[in-house]
Design a protein around this ligand. Structure first.
Ligand code: GDP
Ligand code: MG
Length: 447
């Protein structure tokens, strides 16, 4: 690919006061430009060279480590030169100006990774992992995404493609000879399609459950007024973020704050107490609370264990009735005598806490849930784009399944072909220009 595209330059590290700043140059003119800036006759590939950088009047303006990565063994597949300059942004921006004066162009966001895709260094799923890594919200996500960089998703796509192709091969033979499918072939095909459906369903479901590992999970704290929601938020954060008061109806707006729990970024949302209220502002607060409940990945339903269950507790119970799997019930105020009837919570996971003194049992429950999400070995669809393609493929396979059972082989083949296209879109390389543009514009500069 050397020499085919222009040469781009960008700051690859954050704009900050760090100890070093890395400026990256990629493209056919990288080496000649770097030789001009360093006034050297040559740079040995993959060797760190300590050298001065010179401005246009021939005066040195920094001492830097320069590394030349010769095409094709570089991140983009093109010639790359990396300059590790002294930190802060001054020297780096002087260097960038100089590189541009010598014929490089300022890179657009994500352009380095885009070139890596265009030069088949990465497929789209790997590029997407690079993007996700820069914004990942949990330590586990880093491991998951690195697995993908090694080609996990590409293998998943290949496996599905070969299964789907095998199905087509079966039925095309029968269509060609205008024959009915022999019953044992039909059964074998149904079984094979059944496995594909299960694989797709499982991967989509587990990716949906785990998407918070990358995007961050959201946990809504709900319950009747005065059950101790705001006290719990403050305890989880280790700081007084929300006003705590014995007056019912104090919290009205949603209060959201992030905390790192079990290595996972959890966005905690404190909400207005659930009750019928005559006060219009409080009613709006309650509708926000219900909205937060619907959107949340996890729900912490807080009950005051020191009082008997009342009609407001019932409002909470009704709400979480359809959301058992994502709910943890926190029976609060266990420093006071227990009056609430625990049997009411039969099928829920419950923990007994005191938001004032001890929330350890809740922390353990949260950590367990979040680490279970991370532990799955299934491949992870990391973006809305990937989840959408997988969902389309699943729906094509479901239609194909119906057609197969109805004995309509030609329609079956059409939908299997659609599924093949949709699955292929997960790893498609360069031809989707528009898609690449939207995807890569989300990248940071220098990536
Ligand atoms: N004894 C005791 N009181 C608590 C506990 N948690 C909260 N409270 C009290 O319950 C009242 C309501 O608390 P608050 O957090 O504002 O409840 P919210 O309306 O659900 O947000 C306040 O007076 C708190 O001090 C607890 O664990 N033990
Ligand atoms: Mg409150």
């Amino acid at each position: 690919m050397r020499g085919e595209s222009d040469t781009i330059a960008a700051l690859a590290t954050a704009v900050s006061q760090g100890a070093i700043a890395i400026v990256r140059l990629s493209g056919g003119k990288s080496l000649p430009i770097a030789l001009l800036v360093t006034r050297r006759a040559s740079l040995v590939p993959r060797q760190a060279t300590l050298t001065y950088l010179f401005n246009d009047s021939g005066e040195p303006f920094d001492q830097a480590i320069v590394i030349f990565f010769e095409s094709p063994k570089s991140y983009t597949g093109e010639d790359i030169v990396e300059f590790q300059t002294h930190g802060g942004t001054l020297v780096a921006s002087m260097l960038l100006d100089r590189l541009i004066a010598l014929g490089a162009r300022a890179a657009r966001a994500g352009e380095f990774t885009l070139r890596a895709v265009l030069n088949s260094k990465y497929d789209l799923t790997q590029a997407e992992a690079v993007l996700a890594l820069t914004t990942a919200k949990s330590k586990r996500a880093a491991a998951l995404l690195t697995r993908r960089l090694k080609g996990e998703m590409s293998r998943f796509v290949e496996e599905l493609r070969s299964e789907l192709l095998a199905l087509l091969a079966y039925c095309e033979a029968s269509i060609d000879y205008a024959e009915d499918l022999p019953p044992q072939s039909a059964r074998a095909m149904e079984e094979r399609l059944g496995r594909i459906l299960a694989l797709l369903r499982g991967t989509i479901a587990s990716s949906n459950r785990r998407k918070g590992l990358i995007e961050g999970f959201e946990a809504a704290i709900i319950g009747k007024p005065n059950s101790g929601k705001s006290s719990l938020l403050n305890a989880l954060l280790g700081q007084n973020r929300a006003i705590v008061s014995p007056n019912a109806g104090t919290t009205r707006d949603l209060i959201a704050e992030e905390a790192l729990i079990g290595g996972v970024n959890l966005r905690l949302i404190d909400t207005a107490g659930l009750r019928e209220s005559g006060d219009e502002i409080e009613r709006i607060g309650v509708s926000y609370a219900i909205g937060a409940f619907k959107d949340a990945d996890l729900i912490i339903a807080v009950f005051d264990g020191s009082s008997v269950m009342d009609e407001n507790d019932r409002i909470t119970l009704d709400l979480i009735g359809g959301a058992k799997e994502r709910t943890i019930i926190a029976i609060n105020k266990n420093d006071l005598p227990l009056l609430i009837d625990i049997d009411e919570f039969g099928q829920f996971e419950t923990v007994s806490i005191s938001a004032k003194n001890d929330i350890a049992p809740l922390l353990r429950a949260l950590e367990t849930r979040l680490s279970l999400e991370a532990a799955s070995e299934e491949p992870l669809l990391v973006s809305a784009r990937e989840r959408a393609f997988a969902a389309q493929a699943l729906s094509s396979c479901q239609i194909a399944d119906d057609r197969l059972k109805a004995g309509e082989l030609e329609l079956f083949a059409i939908h299997i072909n659609e599924a093949l296209l949709e699955i292929g879109s997960l790893t498609r390389r360069a031809e989707y220009g528009e898609l690449l543009d939207t995807m890569f514009s989300e990248f940071c500069l220098g990536k």
